[in-house]
Ligand binder design. Structure first.
Ligand code: FE
Ligand code: FE
Ligand code: ZN
Length: 295
């Protein structure tokens, strides 16, 4: 079954219910959100009443809550030794929020080593993750998904070897997995046009069963550019057919696919239109113009 959605908002007044309603307005059957602003630490308490209301609305709409994703705030950087304690504490709190919400997957950027070097960076990430998973171990049902990165600056995780090494160092392996991001994979240098070859390689190194989520983004840049600038579906350097092939690859069935493509003119959410185009499997070269007109 195609499980497709996008990044959506999450505000303190409507919380999960508001996020769900936004997703439904796009014709999505899953979604991803931040539990608060990703660039700061202000968080309001989760209101269970809103969560319960959202759960019943999900049931009515046949939405499988186990496919809904939270993205961890990007101020967390377990590599950076000055921020290490803060990052461990904030990620622990984030896991607690996910557990309270009942969300199954939390996507995390592995981190940037900011000059420490890849090896030390990986060591710090694994150490931090082990601390976090120990902190929550009695109550945790959440799987942390390490996102594959574009390799911008000193980012760790643009090579599968790095992700593999981190996972090898994690004690509680049932609570660690991977989130693929198509823009990041291409920017990181992987050929994702022949995606089955990539999946064979991934399966051998890490195991396909570790994939919990796929971010479906086109890229504004060419392969191996290490830029990390997302483009609307089919309008970038990856292109429509390769992305469609990834979405409908039978080995990735039942894995949630999440769009993080940019707003048109920074104003209009493209997701309803992109999801419709993905369901039709037919590229609409006028999609961007159409979005501008209809909003
Ligand atoms: Fe991300
Ligand atoms: Fe992503
Ligand atoms: Zn990105």
């Amino acid at each position: 079954m195609l499980i497709i959605g996008s990044h959506v908002g999450f505000n303190k007044k409507t919380q999960l219910l508001g996020s769900l309603k936004e997703a439904l307005s796009y014709g999505a059957n899953t979604f991803m959100f931040y539990t608060g602003a990703p660039q700061n630490t202000a968080r309001s308490p989760i209101e269970d009443g809103l969560t319960l209301e959202a759960l019943s609305l999900m049931k009515e709409n046949n939405i499988d809550y186990s496919k809904v994703i939270v993205h961890a705030p990007y101020i967390i950087n377990l590599c950076n030794e000055e921020k290490f304690e803060f990052s461990v504490n904030f990620l622990t709190e984030e896991l607690n929020r996910c557990n309270q919400l009942g969300v199954k997957y939390l996507v995390l950027h592995p981190g940037s080593h900011v000059g420490l070097g890849t090896e030390k960076g990986i060591e710090n990430i694994a150490k931090g993750l082990n601390m976090v998973l120990t902190n929550v171990k009695d109550t945790n049902n959440v799987i942390i998904l390490l996102e594959t990165m574009a390799g911008k600056g000193t980012e760790i995780g643009s090579k599968l070897e790095e992700i593999k090494t981190i996972i090898e160092k994690i004690e509680d392996k049932d609570h660690i997995g991977v989130c693929l991001d198509t823009c990041h994979l291409s920017d990181g240098g992987y050929d994702i046009i022949k995606f089955d070859n990539f999946l064979d390689n991934f399966d051998e190194m890490i195991g396909l069963n570790k994939i919990g989520c796929i971010h479906i983004n086109d890229s504004k840049n060419i392969k191996e550019s290490h830029k990390d600038r997302h483009e609307n579906f089919g309008f970038g350097n990856i292109g429509f057919d390769p992305l469609i092939n990834i979405i409908y690859n039978s080995r990735l069935e039942n894995i949630p696919k999440i769009l993080e493509t940019p707003y048109v003119d920074k104003e209009y959410a493209p997701y309803k239109y992109e999801i419709e185009m993905i369901k039709n499997k037919k590229f609409d070269p006028n999609l961007i113009e159409k979005i501008k007109k209809q909003n």
